[in-house]
Design a protein around this ligand. Structure first.
Ligand code: ATP
Ligand code: MG
Length: 256
């Protein structure tokens, strides 16, 4: 690869007691790339993100974010990461303009009143600036948390199931925003259960299960590579889709 990847995960292992949730996972995300981590419930996606975010130390392997080892959660590492916080992480009673100022301060990015208004307007929240976070709709909360995650111009955005629970309009708008951030040179690592979403926005995807990588490539190349696999053919209805590849490789069994 000509350029250093923005994120490099090598031989990652995450254990919870006797259980191995991530079992020697390796992949890397290129600069400017939208990368999807796909896998059934319990595959180890969120566990992988928690190490990248510096919330957990890896039990083995290493994670490098823009040249910084995620095993040492330094402020330099945090400055490079944009993490979309769960709604519950915000102070629900605070007005969203005040939350914006608060997080800009935490990230060390000076922000003026006018810039706050601009950010909120860009997120489609101009009318809501004086509302407390808890009074926003689900889609508005989601747009707001994405805006906050990008306040400091991170090298890579980490989005764990960013469109779960959104209506089709809000989902499309989020896809647009993700693509805009790529246009601005940003990289994105997202998880999703929607193969349609993976196909629509991801340059490359990794399919994982039981903590291990099963396949990696562009959605189109994965379909081309696996369309003759008997496990994939057995589940396909007509033309082979990314979902057929996903189910063919990970099996039909519903997880606990
Ligand atoms: N804090 C924890 N303590 C113990 N076990 C955990 C913990 N977090 C996750 N696990 C277990 O690790 C495995 C991987 O979980 P993880 O949350 O990483 O999966 P996931 O791919 O994000 O799944 P989902 O699609 O349901 O979000 C699961 O078996 C889960 O029960
Ligand atoms: Mg998860």
């Amino acid at each position: 690869m000509a350029e250093d990847p923005v994120l490099d995960v090598q031989g990652l292992v995450v254990r919870y007691g006797a259980q191995t949730a991530v079992d020697g996972l390796s992949f890397s995300v290129r600069r400017g790339e939208i990368f999807g981590l796909l896998g059934p419930n319990g595959a180890g996606k969120t566990s992988t993100l928690s190490v990248i975010e510096g919330l957990r130390a890896p039990d083995a392997g290493r994670v490098i974010v823009d040249g910084h080892d995620a095993g040492h959660a330094t402020s330099a590492l945090k400055a490079r990461l944009g993490v979309q916080l769960q709604a519950s992480s915000f102070q629900a009673e605070l007005r969203i303009e005040d939350i914006t100022r608060l997080y800009a301060g935490l990230y060390g990015v000076p922000i003026t009143r006018r810039q706050i208004d601009e950010r909120l307007r860009d997120a489609g929240l101009a009318q809501e600036h004086g509302k407390p976070f808890k009074k926003l709709s689900g889609g508005q909360q989601q747009r707001f948390s994405l805006m906050v995650a990008m306040l400091h111009g991170p090298s890579i955005l980490l989005l764990d199931e960013p469109t779960t629970g959104l209506d089709p309009q809000s989902r499309r708008q989020l896809w647009d925003r993700i693509e805009e951030s790529r246009g601005a040179g940003g990289s994105v690592l997202l998880t999703t259960h929607s193969m349609e979403e993976a196909q629509a926005v991801c340059d490359r995807v990794a399919i994982m299960d039981h903590g291990r990588l099963l396949a990696l490539g562009s959605p189109g190349s994965l379909v081309a590579e696996h369309r003759g696999d008997p496990r994939v053919l057995a589940v396909a209805h007509g033309d082979v889709t990314l979902e057929d590849v996903f189910i063919g490789l990970t099996g039909r069994t519903v997880r606990d």
